[in-house]
Structures are given as C-alpha cells and as structure tokens.
Design a protein around this ligand. Structure first.
Ligand code: COA
Length: 157
C-alpha cells in the first residue's frame, strides 16, 4: 500500500540516491544540496517510491531541489501529493515562497508545476553547462537552460 503522507527521511536511513538521480543527473550536483535539505519520502510497503528534497535559500524562500517518483509508480498522483506536502510544510515553517527549477525542455514537469500554481519567473541561461561536469541529454536534446518557477505561499500583508 502507498503511504498517503510523506515522512521525513530518518538520519540512520540510506539516502535514496537512485530516485534522486532520476531528477538530477549528476551525483556531484546532488551532493551540493542534499545534506543541507529536508528529505521527504513516500513509501509503498517498505519501499521508498518518492522523494522530495527541500532546501532553505533564506528566511523567505525554500527551494525544491529535487522531486522524483519511481518510474513504476509515476502518473498515479504521487508527484502532485509530494509537491502539495512540500508547499504545506514550507508555509508552516513561515516561508513566503517556494521555488523550483527544471530544464526548459521539461514540458511534463513544467506543466505539473504550473497546474499546482507555480509561475515562471526566470530562465537561468546555460545552467546545465556551467554547473555540471558533463553534457546532459534528454530525448537526444542537450540540456542548457533552466527555467525557475515560484509559488507565493501567503498573501502580502
Ligand atoms: N505531459 C504533460 N503532462 C503530463 C505528461 C506529459 N507527458 N505525463 C503526465 N502528465 C500529467 C498527468 O496527467 C498528471 O496531471 P493531472 O493529474 O492534471 O492529469 C501529472 O502530469 C502527473 O502527476 P503525478 O502522477 O502526481 O506525477 P508523478 O507521480 O508521475 O511525478 C514527477 C511527477 C515529475 C516527479 C515524475 O514524473 C518523475 O519522477 N520524473 C523523473 C524525475 C524528474 O524529472 N523530476 C523533476 C526534476 S525537476
């Protein structure tokens, strides 16, 4: 059975690197944020099938650095559930906005985030060239730029 509420990964548990590598191609890139992030996981039985890593940028802003669902469990609503949970937790912690970045060619991801209320606000040109040691290809297209999306978590007072 799939757990409905994501839980925090315990300190003594193994980091689900296999899942994280679905979201971020390079271990070196993952290592830059993962140990400073809150790691939320979702389980099916005793298997972790979803992960979401949330990093504090500053007192106002949290960033989802990685979100991934085991391929066998995708398109069943788990990604949306983890997105909503990350949003709720960030709001509870007092952040004003939650941001997320994804390759400009990642149409599925962009559409999931937009449906969840995230809005595009910036394109980081050549991000995947400058911050990764190797060229990354998706569907034979080289990743270059990253689009940033944000969701406001509270109304301005
Ligand atoms: N194009 C557009 N939308 C698509 C799509 C496609 N090719 N395939 C599925 N969708 C839609 C579904 O219809 C659904 O929306 P709906 O509920 O409004 O119909 C939504 O995308 C899927 O939602 P959900 O089932 O909650 O997503 P998921 O559990 O598959 O998780 C990801 C989404 C992105 C986390 C998952 O696909 C994943 O792990 N991908 C690989 C890692 C990755 O790219 N992570 C993000 C890095 S920024």
């Amino acid at each position: 059975m799939i757990s409905i509420t994501p839980r925090m990964l315990r300190k003594n548990e193994q980091m689900p690197y296999g899942l994280l590598l679905l979201a971020d191609e390079e271990m070196q890139a993952i290592e830059r944020y993962i140990h400073q992030s809150d790691i939320y996981v979702i389980e099916a039985g005793d298997k972790i099938v979803g992960v979401c890593a949330v990093y504090t940028i500053d007192e106002h802003t949290a960033e989802i650095k990685a979100i991934a669902v085991d391929e066998a469990y995708q398109n069943q609503g788990i990604g949306k559930l983890m997105l909503k949970d990350a949003e709720d937790k960030a709001r509870e912690k007092g952040f004003n906005e939650l941001i997320i970045g994804t390759p400009t060619i990642a149409w599925k991801q962009i559409s999931i985030y937009q449906k969840a209320g995230f809005e595009l606000y910036e394109v980081k040109k050549d991000f995947f060239i400058n911050y990764y040691t190797q060229q990354i290809f998706e569907d034979s297209v080289q990743l270059t730029d990253m689009v940033m999306l944000r969701k406001k978590l509270r109304n301005p007072s």
